[in-house]
Design a protein around this ligand. Structure first.
Ligand code: NAI
Ligand code: MG
Length: 495
């Protein structure tokens, strides 16, 4: 049972101490490596290449050369190749699902497989959009032909986090490639292997150099990537703090940046809702199966007074039924937190909440009983009620399985409280009343508002935050055109 998949550790081993540059496994220029630790065993899984400015230089040079030829292909042909990658990745879905769980501690049934499926889906989606990279004609004067072109920006730098690394990679790499750019990705230090494997698989289909992947740390590898003079666009997903650093670099260079940052998403539950559906929505919204490690986690739940206690009771019972355990066990719903740093961060918030006066702390589910998992970074899902709306737990992104539940009386009060945050990534509202639903949809300050459902980001749905949650959108045709092409106006005078 504890044996992940004899395959996954050997795949990780095969990608140890390398980047993927120019379509080939390439050792780090300075020969340095760092340990990637399993959050389940807390032992070293494998060593990853410690990328430095020199590796960034090599990858960007490779991308720059490859991009010139890549851009000469028709957009439709590029799309065809990206879709072909999608089909090949689909064939490796189980391997990739297990690999990402090996390094992140996520459960393979509830998280690894859905992520592998989303990865292939995003490649397929963008692969079909090649023909849509088109400009406009402008009826300026009869003797003048005026039109716009959508051209690639050149080499795109992408910096990704560890929570859903393959999916977040695809949301950047696919639109960039289809639009005619080459990409250099910097993986998160916690989870380099699944995305290295994705790059290695894609190298069987794509021309060498259009998709490069570097392992390494943020300041030593991510920052030099953003700073590199030949990187013409930067796309980042991660914390607000690092997003600001990256955006400052982009501002200095006068290049565009797309930023997908954190969240503290509200969920408003009206008394007239379908209670069971709302409870289920809180479970998926909070991403308890991913230990709450989601930027859009519904971590502030506002429940109308009349149903507050019933909601809390049902939610507690529902989460109690989730099983924490070995990520590779088919019955496991919840695996581990990704790293000791995240584990400590989340535990600190929980301790802070427990120390607040008048709070109720409901610990759900149960830590795994198997003694072989005793060292794993498991945290029981926690529901807090009675917490102050000014508490750091209610205001800051915890990125762990911690939900704060608040009681409210009126919709006005709930909307004001929901919007009283520096974040604005997602929001949900639960009601059977159409007027309430529409009022909420208009007034919730978030980039993604859902009524009576709580689905995750999908190819084809515009995704991106308001306020501190980010700049720019991802996952659609329009976002590909806006963020991965530049527009040229052409006027041909025939007078
Ligand atoms: P982070 O934002 O520091 O890391 C994300 C990526 O940025 C990683 O690839 C990292 O190596 C890179 N990076 C770090 N410092 C950099 C720098 N100076 N220049 C360029 N790149 C740099 O996030 P971290 O430290 O993994 O997690 C801290 C918190 O951030 C989490 O607790 C969570 O609240 C939030 N977070 C939000 C995510 C989201 O999806 N919006 C994803 C991951 C974390
Ligand atoms: Mg960080």
């Amino acid at each position: 049972m504890l044996e992940p998949n004899p395959h996954a550790p050997s795949v990780a081993e095969s990608l140890s101490r390398v980047h993927v540059i120019g379509g080939r496994k390439t050792p780090p220029a300075e020969g340095r490596t760092f340990d990637v630790i399993s959050p389940v065993t807390r032992r070293k899984l494998a060593e990853a290449a410690f990328g430095t400015a020199e590796d960034v230089g090599r990858a960007v040079a490779s991308a720059g050369t490859a991009q010139k030829e890549w851009a000469k292909k028709s957009a439709r042909e590029r799309g065809k190749l990206v879709a072909e990658c999608g089909r090949l990745l689909e064939k490796h879905d189980e391997e990739l699902a297990r690999l990402v769980c090996l390094e992140t501690g996520k459960a393979v049934r509830t998280e690894g497989r859905p992520e592998a499926a989303a990865l292939a889906d995003i490649f397929n989606f963008f692969g079909g959009l090649g023909s849509e990279i088109k400009g406009q004609t402008v009826p300026f004067r009869p003797q003048q032909l005026t039109f716009t072109l959508r051209e690639p920006v050149g080499v795109v730098g992408a910096i990704i986090p560890w929570n859903v690394p393959m999916m977040l990679l695809a949301l950047k790499v696919c639109p960039a490639l289809v639009a005619g750019n080459a990409v250099v990705v910097k993986a998160a230090e916690e989870a380099p292997f699944a995305v290295l494997r994705v790059a290695e698989i894609c190298a069987q289909i794509l021309p060498p150099g259009v998709f490069n992947l570097l392992a390494g740390h943020g300041p030593e590898c991510g920052a030099p990537l953003a700073r590199h003079p030949d990187v013409a666009k930067i796309s980042f997903t991660g914390s607000v703090e690092t997003g600001r650093i990256v955006n400052r670099i982009a501002a200095e260079k006068l290049i565009p940046a797309t930023l997908e940052l954190g969240g503290k998403s509200p969920m408003i539950v009206m008394a007239d809702c379908d209670l069971d559906k709302a409870v289920e929505g809180a479970v998926t919204g909070m991403r308890f199966s991913r230990c709450g490690q989601s930027c859009s986690a519904s971590s502030r739940i506002f429940v109308q007074a009349a149903i507050h206690d019933a909601f809390v009771e049902k939610l507690k019972a529902r989460v109690d039924n989730m099983r924490m355990g070995d990520p590779f066990d088919q019955v496991t719903d919840i695996g581990t937190i990704v790293s000791e740093a995240q584990f400590e961060k989340v535990q600190n918030y929980i301790r802070l909440g427990e120390a607040e006066e008048g709070v109720t702390v409901l610990r759900c589910s149960a830590l795994p009983a198997d003694p072989r998992l005793a060292g794993g970074l498991y945290i029981q899902p926690v529901l807090f009620t009675g917490i102050s709306r000014d508490s750091p737990l209610a205001r800051e992104e915890i990125f762990g399985p911690v939900a704060c539940i608040f009681k409210f009386e009126t919709l006005e009060e709930a909307l004001a409280a929901a919007n009283d945050t520096r974040f604005g990534l997602a929001a949900t509202l639960w009601t059977k009343d159409m007027k309430t639903a529409l009022a909420g949809a208009h007034r919730l300050e978030a980039g993604f508002v859902q009524v009576n459902q709580n689905r995750v980001v999908q190819a084809g749905l515009s995704y991106g935050g308001y306020k501190d949650s980010g700049l720019g959108k991802e996952a659609t045709l329009e976002s590909m055109l806006a963020h991965y092409t530049r527009e040229k106006t052409v006027m041909l005078n025939m007078e």
